[in-house]
Design a protein around this ligand. Structure first.
Ligand code: NCD
Length: 307
């Protein structure tokens, strides 16, 4: 039985080229099974716990849909205040407890590094569903899968990552994961929200070309893929600073008229104001296909980690 190189999914840089191939291939077979309405039961008898200590729609529900689609069952916590964390229990003790109830644990938590701490508290697989402004590795896999499906390839593409690159965990993981391919990056952000230096260094170490700019118009003329992100209001200490940058980039139909006709528009969602709603009807607007891809990708991860 094929296996991933590690028991947990914590960071995008943990994936080997073989891991990536395995996950994407498996996801494609599950996507075909879902399209054909074929019922699967590979994870019958298994229980997944989803612990979400920050808000989520897509990540939690697509993990849960994935587990159900594979015949497994789910225990779900969608608010920290409904757990003993609100009584002062440590993350270690919460995870050590859930270890006794479930076969794998999906965790979203406001602190960077929380998933690593959780993984040390259990021998069961832990999947990082977002650790504060840190990483979101399972999102980067579905983003990669979406890019490959929409563009038919990954190598040779110019990918523009736009918005709050400082706090956006999806772009930290996606830049890291895509650095395994021959892509070039445009990092587009207001000057105060640039990509963290450690992510830039990771990209540089892999020899991937990148440019940093605050000019979305320029990026749109060059990009094959434009990946918009929300300004992460909850990470700002100063609300006035958030108000200053919140509408920094709004992608419109008019702006896209100057882009390549084949451009793919992505967004991890939720969208606040970053993409005008009339963009949704364009053939390259891939963000709802992207969110649907969360199910086959997370089915692949769960099956590879649990069966
Ligand atoms: C993102 C997240 O939670 O990091 N959403 C997601 O998981 N699809 C993006 C965001 O909140 O802006």
């Amino acid at each position: 039985m094929a296996k991933l190189s590690q028991k947990d999914v914590l960071r995008a840089d943990q994936f080997t080229a073989a891991d990536i191939d395995l996950i994407l291939e498996r996801a494609a077979t599950y996507e075909a099974a879902l399209d054909a309405k074929r019922e699967l039961d590979e994870l019958r008898g298994k229980i997944l716990a989803t612990l979400f200590f920050e808000p989520s729609t897509r990540t939690r529900l697509s993990f849960e849909a994935a587990m159900h689609r594979l015949g497994g069952r789910v225990l779900s916590v969608s608010e920290a205040k409904s757990t003993s964390a609100s009584k002062g229990e440590s993350l270690h003790d919460t995870i050590r407890t859930v270890h006794g109830y479930a076969d794998a644990i999906v965790l979203r938590h406001p602190e960077i590094g929380a998933a690593e701490i959780a993984a040390l508290a259990t021998t069961k697989p832990v999947l990082n569903a977002g650790d504060g402004a840190g990483e979101h590795p399972t999102q980067s896999l579905l983003d990669l899968y979406t890019i490959r499906n929409e563009q038919g390839k990954v190598d040779g593409l110019t990918v523009a990552l736009v918005g709050d690159l400082k706090h956006g965990r999806t772009v930290h993981s996606l830049a890291t994961l895509l650095s395994r391919f021959s892509v070039s990056f445009l990092f587009v952000s207001p000057s105060g929200l640039r990509m963290p230096r450690e992510v830039v260094e990771r990209v540089q170490t892999r020899g991937v070309a990148f440019q940093e700019t605050d000019d979305l118009g320029r990026a749109l003329r060059e990009a094959d893929v434009v990946y918009m992100t929300r300004i992460q209001r909850e990470r700002f200490a100063d609300p006035a600073e958030y108000d200053r940058v919140k509408d920094a980039y709004v992608l419109t139909r008019a702006a896209l008229a100057k882009a390549k006709p084949s451009i793919t528009v992505m967004h991890p969602l939720p969208r606040v104001n970053e993409i005008a709603t009339d963009v949704d009807a364009l053939p390259g607007a891939a963000y709802f296909r992207q969110s649907a891809n969360g199910v086959p990708i997370r089915m692949a991860l769960l099956a590879l980690l649990l069966s």
